[in-house]
Each structure stands twice: as structure tokens, then as C-alpha cells.
Ligand binder design. Sequence first.
Ligand SMILES: [Zn+2]
Length: 283
Amino acid sequence: MPELPEVEVTRRSVGAIEGARVRGLRLGKPLRWPLGVEPARLAGLQVGAVDRRGKYLLLPLMALPGSAPEAAPGVLLWHLGMSGSLAWWPHDRPAPEPGPHDHADLLTDAGVLRLTDPRRFGAVVWAPGTQALPASRMLAGLGPEPFDPAWTAADLAARLRGRRAPIKPVLLSGELVVGAGNIYASDALWEAGIDPRTPCARIGPVRAARLHGALRQVLGEAIEAGGSTLRDFRNAHGEVGQYQGQRRVYGREGEACARCGGTIRRIMQGQRATYFCPGCQRR
Ligand SMILES: [Zn+2]
């Protein structure tokens, strides 16, 4: 499943769409949520700088002088779901005919942005703005962004305080910080030397600071590596990610821990596999 690093890698690979003018939006089979606007009303709008919040990509659509009176400026939220990826086809490399898994094409005067999503848990949703429904509801309740300077070790420590639940599932929930999906949560806990079964409340300020740094380190490395391609993730230019070769513990059950030489174990926590080293990750 594409996680925050893969979505950020996708965002960085679709920069060429900024400034393009929309010609139309072609939809395939239904996605997780409806578009919420007549596609024809997007024609003539200009795409602004692509932003990201959690695992949503935000494409601002702005009216230009001369836009049709029925035009619907606002924002398009793109979500990659379980298996989605975006591809950018510039004019000098025209997009092939849509295949059976291509469910949304944003047609612009600079090229085509295509969502391919075999399992169709992804979505393209229009809203008048990020503060307006349905965008406001989709973005509500997301934890802090990991690279936002306002997200500090003290903030993380405060969110851990008084919680009895084990740290790993709470990290996956995105309440502490967005972006720590299964691979990155497992690896960050190894980096911080924290057992994934540790109750949140037992992680004091010192260990919280280590975890804060480890989350930024692991997520930052994953973005630099172009994300993880365990199954089928590709950026908008069709390139695979390389983080899977740098995994500390995720998917490495039975292998030797790079830090202490212990054997990496796999356990289940709330239906999700967790990988860790019992030798050097403490409760
Ligand atoms: Zn170890």
C-alpha cells in the first residue's frame, strides 16, 4: 500500500503539471468516493502547485480570466488507496489508451495525469477548497506532518502520555504523526531501540525524542530512496522505489539484526505483522 513516502515521491514527480490548463477529466469505473462535480466544469481551470497532506495529494484548480461562468475552481484530492499510482504523460510522450485499471485521466494542455488503481480503493474528489466539504472531512483528524517544524519531540511525548496501548498500533493509526505505515513504523522503532509492544505511557521524554528522530530519519531516507516498491509502486515517471533494500527489520524475519546480531522476529499486533529485534529493542 502506498504510504506517506510513496505519496510524497509521487507529489515530487508530478511537478510538471503546475500551471497547466485543464481540458477535462475522464473517469473509468467507480472509485472509493465519487468525484462530486460535473467533470466538464473543470475545463479551463489552471492547476496550482501540488501539495500533500497525509496520504492525500492536493491539486489546486484556479479560475483564470475568461474561465466559463459554470467553471468550478477548488481542489482535487487524489488518494492512491491500496494499489494506486499516478503517471504523468507529457505531450511529447502521449498517454496510451486507458487500460482496464486506469480510472481517472486529468487531461491538460501540458499532458495527462492518470490514476491506475487495480483494486479501486483510491479516489479523486473535488471540493471548493480544503476547508470545505468533503475535503474538510477527509483531512480532519489527521495527526501532525512528520517534517512540519511544529511537530517536536515534546509534542510526541505529550501524545504518548497516559496511553496504555502498545506503541506500534498507535503509530499505525496516524494519531501521533501521519506517515508511519507498517514498514516505516517497524523500522523507526528498531532505529529508536523500542520494543513495538511497549505501552505508550512507558516511553518517557528521552525515548520519545529518540523515536521522533528515528521517524524523521526513516521517512526521510524512504523519500530519498524514491519510496518502497514491494509490489507495484512507481512514481509518475514509472520509476520504482529503492527503500526496500534498506529495510532494517520489516520483512526480515529470521535474519540477523544489523545492530546486535540477534535474530529478527515477526509477531502479529492487531492483524498486522510487526518485525523487531528482541535483543536490542527494549520495553
Ligand atoms: Zn538487535
